[in-house]
Design a protein around this ligand. Sequence first.
Ligand SMILES: [Zn+2]
Length: 296
Amino acid sequence: MRCPLCLTGEAQEMWPVRENPDFRVQRCGHCGGRFLFPQPTAEFLSELYSRSYYDAWGLQEEDGRVREMKVSTFALRLELIKRYKRQGKVLDVGCATGFFLEEAARQGFSPYGVEFSPYSSRIAAEKFGEEAVFQGVLEDAPFAPASFDVIAMSDLLEHVRDPGSVLAKTRELLKEDGVVMVMTPDTSSLTHRVMGSRWVHYKIEHLFYFDPRSLEMLAKRHGFRVLHREAARKTLTADYFYHQFERYPHWLLTPVCRALHRLLPKRIRQGNFRITIGEMVVLLEKIPLPEGASLS
Ligand SMILES: [Zn+2]
């Protein structure tokens, strides 16, 4: 099977996705990128997303700590972005209800968002204005070419139907000296080496999987080079892990989290800590094209 990421390599089957063995992880022998085959249908995914949205909402209702966790994680991403861009227009692709954009606005950036979920995009539009938030996929977003200083995508590229077309559109919307921030699971991470096919990021809504090399190859094909890469730290609480592993049961981690949930006092369960859980954050910049040239 031809790899949909580099379009040249042949992919080999690795293993089925544990939560549903109808979907199997394939690995490209050329770029090392991975993808699900078959790809879940739009109906399948929308059913899945509406289900997980209610779970996430339950967690959010519990207290404001999910919000605190997310804002603190996004502040780490902004710290990194600000090494290269200190102000300007930021587009968050897959902005959800706008936690990242809130923090970006607080730090002086002008916030814009794209969000597929009508429910979440409505909340974001209430915060940042109707014209600043587009509901749909990035490829259809009506923003002006070369208008953004920063384009951010956290936990996005692994979910989309065509990561290449997302990067192509990103290049079109980004200013010549703009910066792209991509955060996505990393199949070369320690957590993957330890867990293998049981890795927590292998799930049906993740259609594609990258390591630094396959992401760099895809970025290069769409006119970007890597400025910076590091393991992505997240701010999390023990309670968050408990909810995650109840939702996505794991043979070892679910019982461990249950035990900790019973044993630890609430103060500790809800305290913030910073951790890397197998994701990378990569900053990209445009490779300038010679006058009149275009990417094929
Ligand atoms: Zn490939």
